[in-house]
Design a binder for this molecule. Sequence first.
Ligand SMILES: C[S@@+](CC[C@H](N)C(=O)[O-])C[C@H]1O[C@@H](n2cnc3c(N)ncnc32)[C@H](O)[C@@H]1O
Length: 624
Amino acid sequence: MSVESQYYPDGDNEKRKRMSTGLQVNCPHSLRLAIQSAYEYGYHFLVTQITHPNYARDLLHGKPPPAIGRTDRILQSLEWGRYIVAELTPTINVDSEIEHVQRKSKALFLQELGFAVHLGVPVIKFSLTKRHNAQLGRLINEKLVNGFTSSFWVTLPMVHPSQFSPICTEDEKEDSWEWWNDFRTYCNYDKHVGLVLELPEIAHIPSQSEVNRWIGEPVKALIIPTTYFILNNHGKPVLPRAHQDIIQRFLTIDVQYIIKSDSETDLSLYTKYLHFLGKKLYVGDPNLEFIQGCEDFLQNPLQPLTEHLETNIYEVFEKDQIKYTTYQNAIQKALADVPQDVALPVIMVVGAGRGPLVQAALNVSYILHRKVKVYAVEKNPYAINTLIDRVNHDWNGQVTLINEDMRVYEPPEKADILVSELLGSFGDNELSPECLDGAQRFLKKSGISIPCSYTSYLAPLQSIKIFNEIRNNRPADKTLRTCYETPYVIHLVNYYQIAPAQPLFKFEHPNWNDVINNERYKKLRFNCEQSCILTGFVGFFDTVLYKDVMLSIHPETHTREMVSWFPIVFPLMEPLKVEAGSVIEISFWRVENADKVWYEWCLEKPLKGCVMNPAGRSYFIKKH
Ligand SMILES: C[S@@+](CC[C@H](N)C(=O)[O-])C[C@H]1O[C@@H](n2cnc3c(N)ncnc32)[C@H](O)[C@@H]1O
C-alpha cells in the first residue's frame, strides 16, 4: 500500500480493482508500521479503531479534557483519507435501556464521529449487535441529512448465529437481513450506508436465495477470518469450496474483502489467494468490452421511430454477432419454406439501419443457391447514406433502397418475407407492433414475418441501488415523480429478482384480424419466498423469429453471449417491505392514442398503490 495507491476503501467503482483487500487490525502498537506491513502483504486498506484503550475518554467528568486517542500526526492526512476504515468502539451502545449507558454512549459516539471527520477517514464501520437500533439509526440519519461526508459500513453476520443454535427456538431465531433492513430504513435507504457481511462458517452456509437477496443489497465488503482457511497440499491457505461459491456470487457486485486475523503469520498468503480466486472464479461476460462500465447505469429507452439513431448506436448493434447469425438462421428457414414455384422471392428488410439484416438475407440467398430480390426500407436518411454506399460497393447493385416510413411506403410488389428488428427490451416498446401492422400491407397473404411474435415478461425487483440512482440523479428539468414514472434500460448487477418472471403481453405478425388492437391489460401475481424490499419491476422479452429460431433476454432462456438488450425497469415511488409468503400483484397496461403509446402500472398487493404514469404524463413513445 502506498500513497500513490489507486485503491479507496469506499471509492468510485471505476478506480477499484476487482479484488481489493483490507486487513482488520485491533489497536496496533504503531499504525504507521501496521500500514506498511499491510502494504507489503498486498492489502489496500486497514480496518482499525481510531481510539485506543490507553486513553480513558471520561467525557462526562474529564477535566482537563481527556485525549480521544492517539495524535493524528501518526499518519498524514492523505493516509488517513485513503487507507483507514475507522471502526467505532464496540462497547458503545446508544440503544442501551440503561439511561446512563445510553447517555455516555451517545457522547462517545458523537465524539468518535467528530474525530473521524477531523481525520478525514472515508468510512466509519460499526456492528449491529441487536435487532432494535432506533437511536443509532436516528443519529446516523441526522448526520446524513446534515451532509456528513464519510460513508457508514454496517457490519452483520451473513447468517445470524441463532439460526443454527441448538438453544434457540424457532421464534428466537434472528434474521440478519431483518436487522439490516430495519436499520437502513431509519436512514431512508441513504446510499452512504453500506453493508459489510461476515462470511458464515462452513457449517452455516446460507441458501442460494438468501445469498441472492444479499446480492441485491449495497454490500461493500465481506469479512473473512483467517480461521476459515484450510491448508492445501502445498501447505498454502485456501478456502473450502462452499466459501468459494459464495465469493463467486459476490464477484459480480465487486465487493472488497477484509481479512481478519489474530495471528502474526504471513498475511500475504491470504491476499494472494484472494487475487487468485478472483481470476479463477470470475466468469466475465465474453462481450465484456461492450458492456463494461454501464453496470446499474440508467439509460432512457431508445425511440428509433421518431428519433434518428446515430452512428455509435448502429455500431454497438452491429457488434452483437449472435443476433445477426440467429436472424440469418431464421431467414434461411423461411426462404426454404417459400414455394419453389416462386421464381424470384422478394425479401423486404424494413427498418434496415446500416444493413446487417440485408447482408444476412443476401448470405442466405448465396447459401441456398436461390436468387432473391431484396428491398431495404429505412426512414433514417443518414442510415440510407450508408446503405447507398453498401449497395454500390458491397452488394453489387442487388438491393433496392427505399427512404420512407414503412407505414406509408407503397411498394411496386408484395414480399414473401418481411424482416425487421424493431424490438426494445420489453419487446413492443419501440413500437414494433404499430410499424409492422403498417408494413404488412406489402406482405403476401401467404408471406412470413420475421419476427413472427414477441412476448414481454415481468418480475418483481429489489434494487436499492437503482432506487437511489433515480432519486439522486434527477435532471433539473424533471420532477422526482416524473423520474419514478419512467422506465429505464439497465444492465442490472446490484439487484435481487424476487420471483420468476411471468409472461405479460404477446404480439404476433402478420396480424390479419379485421380490427387490430395493440392495447393490452394484464394482472400478474407473484409469490414472495422470503422477506424483501420491492422497489419496482423488471421487464424482459423473447421473440420467435421463425419456427424454432428464437432470441431471448429472459433470464432463464437468455440467448448466450447476446448483449443487444438489457432489461427494462419500471420503478415504484417508494421501496416497500414485503413479508415472506405474501403475494405481490401488479396491474399493467399498454395504452395508445393517435399520437403516442405508453404503459401504466399499479401495485395491487401487498399494498394498493396509485396508477403510475397515468395518461402517459411522464413517459410515452411517440408515433410521429
Ligand atoms: C433497432 S434499429 C435496427 C437496425 C438494423 N436492422 C439492425 O439490426 O442493426 C431499427 C431501425 O428501424 C428504423 N425504423 C424504425 N421505425 C421505422 C419506420 N416506421 N419506417 C422505417 N424505418 C424505421 C430505425 O431508423 C432504425 O434504423
